[in-house]
Design a protein around this ligand. Structure first.
Ligand code: UDP
Ligand code: MG
Length: 316
């Protein structure tokens, strides 16, 4: 099979027939064999009934129905596990992404050898409240992930070589950083294609402004995991040592001040009156906490099943 199209959806009943017909037309025009995997993420409208109808008409349509709303990442991950096509395409169900892009995305993976091609909604049809923070978000993601050629990390329209989706685990809200997950899994041929974007035709967006707060927190988590995931002490040990150094210096300063004060005939102050006393106390306590966090992190890492699993490209 050439292509699996994975579509996560939450209350998108109106868009589905149009989307399915459009994908079917594009696939037939380009003689591509395909499957469409609709992952119904606990919709409360009649999305699932619509999917059942579509599947009755077209044997290429498959559906998975979650018992409740888990989120876009769990839906994508479920689709990834089931995808059988050589190339896996993800797209949103709301008709904002155009199925006309599929053949070219397929060609880029199939012929140009990319592991992952991400869509770039160069001209967006979203409100300003979304497009401006998105620019900032993408700039940060580029910097932190080191994937410098991507302008639009969170574009719903992406294409992957099948192998890639089987080796990444999308959970929580990590769908925003799939290129970063792929890079961490060793898939570094990451490309980009400018794609058409349309205003939402039916329904409304499922993500509010909290997406930006959560997005930054997740980026921090991913950065930590990729840098220190299996050696947490390298970060916490460094911070702890830094704190101890500061604490030690502060103690030295107090000592010197005290000796100088004792040797001169000026009034010998109480060390508890010196700000350096409190500085050293705070630094030592925080330093100890960093070390303990590091040790606990190391213990957890030692027990993780993933600690010694590496992705091997070839061997003979
Ligand atoms: N979606 C989902 N589960 C959720 C939220 C969203 O499967 O909990 C789907 C949604 O139906 C759509 C896609 O994820 O197909 C992108 O969502 P949306 O269009 O609301 O995001 P936006 O375009 O505003 O970024
Ligand atoms: Mg949308």
């Amino acid at each position: 099979m050439d292509i699996s199209v994975v579509v996560p959806l939450f209350n998108e009943a109106e868009s589905l027939p149009e989307l399915e017909a459009w994908i079917e037309r594009v696939m037939n025009e380009n003689s591509l064999s395909y499957e469409i995997l609709f992952i119904n993420d606990g919709s409360t409208d009649n999305s699932w009934a619509v999917i059942e109808e579509l599947a009755a008409k077209n044997p290429c349509v498959h559906g998975v129905c979650f018992a409740r709303n888990y989120g876009k990442s769990p839906a994508l991950n479920t689709g990834f596990q089931r995808a059988k096509g050589d190339v896996v395409i993800t797209m949103d169900a709301d008709l904002q992404d155009s199925p006309d892009e599929i053949p070219e995305l397929y060609r880029m993976i199939h012929e140009e050898g990319y592991d992952l091609v991400s869509g770039w909604k160069k001209k967006r049809y979203d409100p300003l409240s979304k497009t401006i923070p998105t620019k900032l978000f993408n700039a940060t993601a580029r910097k932190v992930s080191g994937i410098k050629n991507l302008h639009d990390f969170n574009c719903g329209l992406k294409a992957y070589r099948n192998e890639v989706v089987k080796h990444i685990e999308v959970y929580g809200d990590m769908h925003r950083y799939i290129p970063y997950l792929a890079k961490n899994a060793g898939y570094t041929r990451i490309g980009e294609k400018v794609v058409h974007h349309q205003a939402r035709k039916y329904g409304k967006t499922k993500f509010g402004l909290d997406r930006f707060v959560n997005g930054y927190l997740d980026l921090g988590t991913l950065w930590f995991q990729s840098k220190f995931g299996i050696k947490p002490m390298h970060l916490f040990g460094l911070l702890g040592s830094l704190m101890f150094a500061i604490g030690f210096l502060a103690v030295l300063v107090i000592l010197v001040l005290k000796i100088v004060a004792l040797c001169s005939d000026s009034y010998a102050f109480y060390v508890t009156n010196s700000i350096y006393f409190y500085l050293s106390l705070a630094a030592m306590i925080i330093g100890t906490q960093f070390f303990l966090t590091g040790f606990i992190g190391e213990l957890i890492t030692r027990n993780s099943a993933e600690r010694n699993s590496y992705q091997i490209r070839t061997e003979f």
